[in-house]
Write a protein that binds this ligand. Sequence first.
Ligand SMILES: Nc1nc2c(ncn2[C@@H]2O[C@H](COP(=O)(O)OP(=O)(O)OP(=O)(O)O)[C@@H](O)[C@H]2O)c(=O)[nH]1
Ligand SMILES: [Mg+2]
Ligand SMILES: [Zn+2]
Length: 405
Amino acid sequence: MHLEAKMENDNDNNKSKSKSKSKSKSNKVNSAILTSKNEEKGSDWMILTQYGFSDFFKDQYVTRLREIENQKKDLYEIYQPARVIADFGQKIKVMTEDGERTVARPQRSHIFDQQIATGDWIVAGFMNDFDEGTVKAVLSRMTKFSRAAAGKEVKEQIVATNVDTVFIIQSLNHDFNMRRLERYLVAAWDSGANPVIVLTKLDLCDDVMEKLMVVYEIAPGVDVIPVSSFTGEGIKELDRYIGIGKTIAVMGSSGVGKSTLINTLIGRPVLKTQNIREDDSKGRHTTTHRELVVMENGGILMDTPGMRTLSLWESDEGMEKMFGEIERLVKSCRFNDCTHHNEPGCAVQAAIFKGELDQRRWESWKKLQKELRFLDKKKDLKIKSLDRKNQKQPPRQKKVNIDEY
Ligand SMILES: Nc1nc2c(ncn2[C@@H]2O[C@H](COP(=O)(O)OP(=O)(O)OP(=O)(O)O)[C@@H](O)[C@H]2O)c(=O)[nH]1
Ligand SMILES: [Mg+2]
Ligand SMILES: [Zn+2]
């Protein structure tokens, strides 16, 4: 069933169940009051462990829970740790130890100046078993995959959080684009997660070895796995990244076969998929929201909508990991302010001339650097304008009337 529809049904079911569950409700109140005590005793969190509730989050939860309980306004409010498993805009679907629930997206305020993204761990507050809950706190993240939001405003868009491995997907027939792949790799490294390149639609490709060589060249040290969801070839190779409580985010352009791959790994068609367009081989943006699916034998997979563009938000480790040799060359030019065009002693031009640096790779680095520098400037301007706004106007000088003397 499609998740949005399922969510409505779940709510209906919850409503109809609520009466019969009224007894268990009071138990739940008790169990929730016990929640904080459970942590101290070492609750086993059977379900949430499968969703990645590690000590890193448990410790934070215990601390935040104490703070929240100290400020508790409503005696009947129950607090639970929860993971964001799907984001529908105003409604956020979370997994708790008692199963799936819905919480409302908090309005931006001084408490919630941070975004909530799929993958986040939160402290959720519930008044009863069936109503929508509220977000009391967002726990610090282990990893965060961001991009610059589309549009004029300088804004970070958090794509996914608390991800261990990013499967960067490109298909071996269409959408085989190394410049795009470089972007994804930079963003993935910067997120703190481990990137793995997964090349799909192996059954439709006649020159796999050639394509693999091209990829190896731009991403040395990164695992590259060609697979076919249709024939099953290569799929077993992905097992090594899958583990209980480990989150894998599947990212790439529309139509490359992200949802199909997740369905293949799960073994059932849990996610909707759709043919790519015949005229231009582009995807149809079938997946519209981010969503976590847990595999029966452990492992968490996050499906994401195809991204049209991936504009970098910030980079420090990512550029170094991806273009380390260029960053070193640039520093070894004779002049500090070398523009790397035709200055004497330019290490970059020398490397290109000797065939040690690929011209396209150099162009790619320049483009990404330019983009990042432009973004930095825009961020600076934004900070300055916010500072100006926040700066209190100096108190007006009282006009001194000479007659007062
Ligand atoms: N031949 C072949 N086709 C595949 C393979 N994997 C996916 N496809 C097809 O590619 C098309 C797009 O697949 P999806 O899984 O919907 O692609 P997606 O990346 O999730 O796309 P969005 O949700 O739009 O981002 C479907 O028609 C799939 O059947 C594969 O390994 N081989
Ligand atoms: Mg999809
Ligand atoms: Zn130079």
